[in-house]
Write a protein that binds this ligand. Structure first.
Ligand code: ZN
Ligand code: ZN
Length: 761
């Protein structure tokens, strides 16, 4: 009999796809089978008439479950003996392109059941269904079946088993399905309270102004009342985190509207099934504790995404918990997020008053994703829970597997299989040896999950990065990739752009091919290589790694470079109160002896230096603090008056490349500051002139190469003011501008770029 073999590729596992197929088969009287093949879903379909098969096809693509994402359907025909019924057959293992579903926030139907007294899962902290619940973080190996997840150790009760095996229920084939009788349970770590008593104790502790730790989907959070200034300050002291903003989880959208301004379209992102942290402008008169995000016009907000989060806000114990809670990744500064009781006991006991844990194991850590909002679209800052490991397609494929280790800060790695590239969840900063170990573990787990056998490993060009060492441990051929070139490739990849581009990489520091520090670069790039077409004007970066946190050192070096006369430079440095006389002498000594001095074109460090010159921040307690404050000052000024469009500024011609005249810009800022100019105005002028220089450099490169597409990447483009000014200036010059949206412009994105190069070089 005429039979169609339909292979559906995409996010079709763990999202209720097989029961969906079985339902529409019933509607169109289709007989045959559906089966998970590990990499795709295979359907064998026989219809009474060709029209029935056509209708079945239409529904397959048109009515697929909300959480699924069909990337490709391949249909072939063959002759088979007739089927009696339509049935779901057990998973077979087969190698191929594998799609692992990210974790999915609790769905609306489960939320209703959670608070329905007549439902048998009333207040069950692990309620989930075919459309929602943990996926990647509980997964051991593909294909996605219960025995290969953390739920394998919880045998189902007869009722759950019935739902799991019957296509007409909402939980058919939902691997994490469970209930109060058979599921995991919550408890206070090293305390007698379990289940209900544990939840009530946690809620009471929050009300009492205590700090608690809560186990979520991808790791633990530290949590407290976001309106209690004293508690938030205590959390800052214990975490030794003086000013870096804390994320806040709010009960619902109404609670968010009370505190924040919601730009158009943002509600959908905030309340979608990924539930990321979204940076939202504070509303005037908002009532959160000032220490949540001091000096920052925005706060990072997310909505509850697990049933347990919802139960912290709402329960039947008569207590009233605040509708805004600090929810910050629970780890010591620099260490990876804690994901099991042992780590929590060791690292969190001193930071919090009680630990609300549970016995469903987390197999793979996943921090919360963080996004900003630009031009009506998400602008990713950290791509992790809810997004990882959704793949990107790029190019025609090479048939080989590659592994890219990523960078040293905000690390995430990436696995490439043929033309599919799977970025990992966020791992962390590699300065901490525990994070390096977490990287090794996660690489092992993800390569197993994706059944990847990398033949080559890509890493940063920096010879002394911990990630470079990890790459060399693997015993595979190693391909070093220049940092800023990897940024540009990541932007091209997420935009699916395969032609050469004018890549503008404005970033912190990265190792250049000439051994100097790069970070304010214009690189003509494609997947096979790049050419350094322009950079900002080089300056001396002195004092090694500390200069990354101490912008005043950059400021001193900039001034020393601009002013020929030492005594005049000294007078300027003293007038700006950049440092003590002894510190100034020490810097001059380093300069004269050329000790610990490297030439740098890092845009990030230039921002830090200008921030110090303007008296905004002399130094930072976290990467980006000084430059963010510079941006906020500029934005506050921008709002006070209309600003004319940016006019491109021509670059200088240097022997091997073009130079953006940033030295003259610093000179103007310096003179303005010494003349008592307005800080905000000068900060705005800095952004504007930098955008004008970027536009001017792109024009010059266009003249030489004929290229008309610009890609904007690098951590400095987290600065939405600079991004907006460049975007507008370039568009008005008829450039096509590629920007990031779902891949971070910062170092969290470079693994994708490294993987593309390793695959296609
Ligand atoms: Zn659900
Ligand atoms: Zn059960």
């Amino acid at each position: 009999m005429h039979t169609e073999r339909i292979c559906v590729f995409g996010i079709v596992q763990g999202v209720g796809f097989r029961p969906f197929v079985s339902r529409i088969a019933a509607v169109h009287a289709i007989r045959g089978t559906v089966c998970n093949k590990g990499s795709y879903v295979e359907i064998l379909a026989q219809g009474a008439a060709p029209s029935a098969l056509t209708a079945f096809h239409d529904d397959l693509e048109g009515k697929a479950p909300e959480r699924s994402a069909i990337l490709k359907v391949v249909t072939t025909t063959e002759d088979r003996s007739p089927y009696e019924t339509f049935s779901i057959v057990e998973s077979a293992r087969e190698k191929g392109d594998i799609f692992v579903s990210p974790d999915i926030a609790i769905c609306d139907t489960c939320k209703k059941e959670l608070f329905d007294k007549t439902n048998r899962r009333y207040l069950h902290p692990f309620i989930n269904c075919t459309a929602c619940g943990p996926r990647l973080t509980i997964l051991d190996a593909m294909p996605y079946d219960r025995e290969r997840t953390s739920m394998g150790e919880f045998p189902m009760c007869p009722q759950c088993e019935y739902e799991y095996t019957h296509a007409e229920t909402r939980r058919y084939d939902a691997q994490p399905v469970c209930c109060n009788d058979c599921g995991p349970e919550v408890y206070l770590l090293d305390q007698p309270e379990r289940r209900r008593q544990a939840i009530i104790a946690a809620r009471q502790a929050i009300i009492d102004g205590k700090i608690i730790a809560v186990k979520g989907i991808g790791g633990f959070h530290l949590c407290c009342d976001a309106r209690n200034e004293q508690t938030v300050q205590a959390l800052r002291q214990r975490k030794r985190r003086p000013v870096k903003p804390f994320a806040v989880m709010m009960k619902d959208l109404d609670a968010v509207r009370q505190q924040c301004v919601l730009p158009d379209g943002v509600e959908k992102a905030l309340d979608g099934h990924q539930k990321p942290i979204v940076l939202l402008p504070k509303k005037s008169g908002q009532t959160l504790a000032p220490s949540i995000a001091p000096g920052n016009p925005s706060i990072g907000v997310m909505l509850p995404y697990t049933p347990l989060h919802l139960l912290l806000f709402m329960y039947d114990d008569g207590l009233s918990v605040p509708d805004a809670l600090v929810m910050t990744s629970a780890n010591e500064s620099g260490a990876p997020i804690c994901h099991d009781d042992e780590e929590a006991r060791q690292e969190l006991s001193g930071l919090c008053d009680l630990i609300l844990s549970h016995n469903r194991r987390i197999r793979l850590r996943a921090d919360d994703s963080v996004m900003d909002w630009y031009d009506g679209k998400p602008y990713m800052i950290r791509r992790s829970r809810g997004y990882a490991p959704l793949p990107f397609f790029y190019g025609k494929g090479t048939g080989k597997d590659v592994l890219a280790i990523g960078g040293e800060l905000k690390n995430c790695f990436c696995i490439g299989r043929n033309n599919l590239f799977y970025p990992s969840p966020y791992i962390g900063d590699m300065a901490d040896i525990r994070t390096v170990e977490a990287l090794r573990q996660s690489i092992r787990r993800m390569t197993t999950l994706l059944e990847a056998e990398p033949s080559v490993v890509a890493c940063d060009l920096h010879p002394r990065y911990n990630t470079t060492a990890v790459a060399h441990e693997l015993g595979l051929p190693v391909v070093p990739v220049q940092h800023h070139y990897a940024h540009i490739l990541s932007c091209m990849a997420e935009n699916g752009y395969e032609q050469p581009v004018i890549g503008v990489a404005f970033d912190g520091t990265g190792y250049g091919t000439d051994g100097t520090i790069w970070g304010g670069e214009v690189l003509v790039s494609d997947a096979h290589g790049f050419q350094r077409a322009a950079s900002i004007q080089p300056f001396w970066q002195r004092g090694g790694d500390v200069s990354a946190r101490e912008g005043w050192r950059i400021a001193v070096s900039l001034i020393d470079g601009l002013q020929q006369d030492r005594s005049q430079a000294a007078a300027t440095i003293d007038a700006l109160h950049l440092c003590s006389e002894a510190e100034r002498q020490a810097q001059f000594f380093l300069a004269d002896q050329q000790i610990n001095s490297v030439l740098s074109t890092s845009a990030g460090r230039l921002f830090d230096g200008v921030s110090a010159i303007l008296g905004i921040y002399r130094s930072s307690t976290f990467e980006g603090q000084a430059s963010m404050a510079l941006q906020f000052a500029a934005e506050a000024w921008e709002r006070t008056q209309p600003q004319p469009p940016v006019q491109p500024m021509a670059p200088l011609h240097h022997k091997d490349r073009l130079i953006l005249p940033t030295g003259a810009l610093v000179q103007r800022i310096l003179e303005g500051r010494l003349a008592g100019g307005h800080t905000g105005q000068l900060a705005y002028g800095f952004h504007r002139d930098l955008a004008a220089m970027i536009a001017g450099a792109c024009l010059a490169v266009r003249e030489e190469t004929g290229l008309t597409t610009v890609a904007l990447s690098g951590g400095v483009f987290q600065n939405r003011l600079l991004l907006g000014l460049c975007d507008q200036a370039l568009q008005s010059l008829d450039f096509t501008v590629l920007k990031h949206s779902t891949v971070p412009p910062n170092d969290g994105g470079i693994a994708l770029g490294q993987a593309i190069y390793a695959a296609y070089m």
